[in-house]
Design a protein around this ligand. Structure first.
Ligand code: ZN
Length: 274
């Protein structure tokens, strides 16, 4: 599933192709991809809007549009959603559910084999992203630890909670906990101030590095706009490394299930009890 670094990479990859372009026609082939308004209204309303900026909030990709009325087009890729660009009149494959024809003739296509991806076209993006917690690369260590002190429960589910911080998913939660040397089942309320600071630094480290390398391609689902894989895959320390030696101590990485999510950690470096 694309997380913050993959969506950030997508926004950066798309900007040079799309900023300043006008959407002249939109076609929706799978109506449930459009969460708001209906598919027909979405296709009608997005026409003749110019893409002025492309940003990201949490795992949402955000197109800022200018037309008869300013509008915001938000996209959540969920499991397998992704965008690619094609010349006009390219055959549509079965997994392409939305096609935007642009004023320079190219087409922006949304492909989503699992069909869980969703789009919104709204005037106020807060109605979609208003409940998200802060951006993990923007919040200070002091604010992060103050937020954490208000929470209880296990560490890994908290990192996945988008109202706590926005944009971290299964891959980067496991990676951040490995760097911070914290067990995924540690109770949040048992963390010392030093451990919380370490976690904040670890999150910043893995996300910054993953963005620099263009994200992680664990399976064939995540591809960059140019078709390339994300470069962070070789840098993974815990995620998807079950039974392979910990890069710090050599102990085999262990996999457990936490909140129905496969969770990878080093039982030596990330002890539950101090
Ligand atoms: Zn280790």
């Amino acid at each position: 599933m694309p997380e913050l670094p993959e969506v950030e990479t997508l926004a950066r990859d798309l900007r040079p192709h799309l900023i300043g372009r006008t959407i002249v026609r939109a076609q929706v082939y799978w109506t449930r991809t459009i969460a708001f308004p209906g598919a027909r209204a979405f296709a009608q309303q997005i026409r003749q809007h110019q893409i002025q900026q492309i940003t990201r909030r949490g795992k949402y990709l955000i197109f800022h549009l200018h037309g008869t009325a300013p509008r915001v087009w938000l996209v959540h890729l969920r499991m397998t959603g992704g965008f690619y660009l094609t010349p006009p009149h390219t055959a549509r494959d079965a997994h392409t559910h939305v096609i935007m024809q642009l004023d320079d003739g190219t087409e922006l296509r949304f492909r989503d084999p699992r069909k869980f991806g969703r789009m919104w076209l709204v005037e106020n993006p807060q109605r979609v992203v208003g409940a998200l917690g802060p951006e993990p690369l923007e919040i200070s260590a002091a604010d992060f630890c103050a937020r954490l002190a208000q929470r209880r429960g296990r560490l890994k589910p908290l990192l996945l909670d988008q109202t706590f911080v926005a944009g971290i998913g299964n891959i980067y939660a496991d990676e951040a906990l490995w760097y911070a040397r914290l067990h995924p089942l540690r109770r949040v309320e048992s963390l010392t101030r030093a451990e919380c600071g370490r976690l904040h630094r670890a999150i910043r480290h893995v996300l910054t590095r993953a963005i620099a390398l263009g994200g992680t391609s664990i399976d064939v689902m995540y591809r960059r706009v140019n078709g390339m894989s994300g470069g962070f895959t070789e840098s993974l320390r815990a995620f998807d490394r079950e039974e392979r030696p910990c890069r710090r101590c050599g102990t085999p990485i262990q996999k457990i299930v936490v909140g129905q999510r496969g969770t990878h950690f080093c039982p030596t470096c990330q002890r539950l009890a101090p």
